[in-house]
Design a protein around this ligand. Sequence first.
Ligand SMILES: [Zn+2]
Length: 259
Amino acid sequence: MAAPHAHPHPHPHPHPHPQQVGPGGPPGPNVLQQFNGDPAMQALLDSLPTRTVPFAFVEAPIPNTQPPQSQQMVVCAEHKLPSCDACNVNYTALNYMHQFLRTAPPEAIPPPPNVQPPPQRAEQIKQAKEAGNVAFKAGNIPVAVQNYSRSADMALSRPPWELAQLSKEETSIALCNRSAAFHLAGAWANALADAEAVIALRRPWTKGHFRRARALVGLGRFEEAHDAIIDGLQFEPEDKELNAFLAEVDAKIEEQNKL
Ligand SMILES: [Zn+2]
C-alpha cells in the first residue's frame, strides 16, 4: 500500500508533510491527504501546550428513538461523567457536536473542497424563473412575481460553501425579471428596489441599470433616470437598449423643462 503522500522525488522540497505517518500508522482520510498545511501554522500548532486528559466512551441511549438507538459519548475515565468537576473536564460541547454531526441532514455538513454543487439546485432555480416568464408573458403578474421570488429565494439560500458567483447570477436574473413584472403592474417602488438589488449584486450588468432607469421614469424622476442610464453606459457604452432609453428620457426632460 502506498503511504499517504508517497512520491518519488528527493527531499528537501517545498511542500510540508503534515499527514505523514510511519508504517502501521493509521491512514488519514482522503481529504487530509490532499491537505498541504502552512508550515508556519503547523509549527504554531505544534508549539501550543497540550495535556493528555484521560477519557472513556460509553453507549448512551438516544431519547425518542424507535427502535431505541444509542450513541457513543465521551465521559471522564474515572466517574464516567460527560461533565465532571472532580476530573475537571466537560465534554458536553464535544458530545453535542458529535450528536449534531450524526443526525444533521447531509445539507448541513459542508462537503470537502472542490465538490460540485448538486445540479438539481440550478435546475430548480431555473425552472422557477421560467415558470415566472410564462406567467409574465401571459400577463399574470402575481404568479410571475411569486415564481421569480421563489427562484431568488432558492438562489439566495444556496449553502455558503457554493460559489457566490453562481448565487449572485441566479439571484440577479430572478430579481431583474421581478422588477420588470412589478413595472408592468405599475408598482414602481418595488420595481426600483429590485433593480437596485440587481445592481448591488452585479454592477457591470446593464440590465440592472435599465430596470432602475425604467422604475425611476415610472416614479416621474426623469433626471435620476438619466443618471442611472449614464451609470449603466460606463460598463457598455454601445448598449442599444440603454442608448435608446436615454434618448427617450432626455426627450421627457426637455418636455418637462418647457412647461
Ligand atoms: Zn470524573
